[in-house]
Design a protein around this ligand. Sequence first.
Ligand code: GTP
Ligand code: GTP
Ligand code: MG
Ligand code: MG
Ligand code: ZN
Ligand code: ZN
Lengths: 209, 209
Amino acid sequence: TDILKANLSIAHEISEELKAHGIKSYEFMGAVGSGKTLIIERLIERLKAKGVRCAVIAGDVSGNDDYLRFIARGAQAVNVNTGKECHLDAHYIQHALEHLDLHSIDVLFIENVGNLVCPSDFPLGADMRIVVISTTEGDDMVRKHPVIFANADLAVLNKKDLAGYVDVDPNVVISDYKRIVPHKKILLTDAKHGEGIDELMKEMGLMRE
Amino acid sequence: TDILKANLSIAHEISEELKAHGIKSYEFMGAVGSGKTLIIERLIERLKAKGVRCAVIAGDVSGNDDYLRFIARGAQAVNVNTGKECHLDAHYIQHALEHLDLHSIDVLFIENVGNLVCPSDFPLGADMRIVVISTTEGDDMVRKHPVIFANADLAVLNKKDLAGYVDVDPNVVISDYKRIVPHKKILLTDAKHGEGIDELMKEMGLMRE
Ligand SMILES: Nc1nc2c(ncn2[C@@H]2O[C@H](COP(=O)(O)OP(=O)(O)OP(=O)(O)O)[C@@H](O)[C@H]2O)c(=O)[nH]1
Ligand SMILES: Nc1nc2c(ncn2[C@@H]2O[C@H](COP(=O)(O)OP(=O)(O)OP(=O)(O)O)[C@@H](O)[C@H]2O)c(=O)[nH]1
Ligand SMILES: [Mg+2]
Ligand SMILES: [Mg+2]
Ligand SMILES: [Zn+2]
Ligand SMILES: [Zn+2]
């Protein structure tokens, strides 16, 4: 449709602009409450300790909860409220970038609105798209929402520490994922206790060997 | 908009039809993986034991996982896949009702697609709209999505057994809820262990005193 074409062309402009400034960029999509913000907070902690300058565009339907968490971590941040829409689009990102000093950023994170459906049709111009789900949503998230996993580069199954409490076998999720995207990876993390974050950074190309 | 007006008039027709058959009807909306299906399963268990005949319309983006769970509980059920859309609308429900024998149903549950944004604009004709969130999504679900709580009759905060593991204080959620809808109730449940389900049935008018 025209909307998707227009989005794609703006996303392309964003990608060019970020590359021109030498910024590595990552979009986090995923289920509402799956741990996107906490994962990004863990990434910022580790990157900051290595002198890497981080910025975040925090997308939410309303409120500024996530934005405040990123500011508290010492990252530059912009809050974007989508109101009635359940997904960010490239147009929102273009405006958000105007509020950031691109010369003082090495890594940009974009946290999309929690939703496993619409965001997948609206790429935002980042180098990499990562989908975060968690054990506590049940073991059926991948098979119920195959499209967003096919449109992403990497997946994360977070809250691995809680799997036993919700009778979820992570291997069921992993095998569903392999069936849909056999050539891509799904990583297990526990963002609360910082487990699996190093492997994630490696897959994101943020870990100098 | 015209879409919302058309939806409202179909929802009205559905409501008339269900009332004409003496069917009590409940729509469950909520976050993806919050426990909607498990709560409905618990309700079916209790109602079936009292000879109440239950039916479910299971809405999901794709797949029939929830539908199969309802069939396994002995309820009549219809599976509705919304594909690219992240919410059910009254048109889907009108077609789904054609596949049910309305003369053999006392209580109808409709499980909407897991999403805290779009479903709120599309009432489906049920007597009562209930929003289910869970502790594991974090304590900010209500303040981030005020509209769906304002458009519902009742809210449920499920997975109360897991609150400690995700550093969530249920009272924060309850006080956010009271700020948005002071005159409505939010109930705490643990659907896995069947706790809080009796209070829920009472609020739904399903518990003969
Ligand atoms: N036990 C445990 N809790 C986690 C983990 N990751 C996140 N949490 C908790 O899960 C809740 C939600 O985490 P957030 O980081 O806010 O999730 P989100 O995906 O950003 O949420 P939205 O932006 O609202 O969609 C919070 O209470 C976190 O403390 C984990 O790996 N283990
Ligand atoms: N510990 C615990 N686990 C729960 C509770 N309620 C649901 N679960 C688990 O949470 C996961 C999701 O439950 P479902 O009933 O499938 O949730 P849902 O809201 O219907 O999910 P979708 O239809 O996919 O949006 C499953 O692994 C359940 O076993 C609860 O109160 N406590
Ligand atoms: Mg977040
Ligand atoms: Mg369900
Ligand atoms: Zn959307
Ligand atoms: Zn929608």
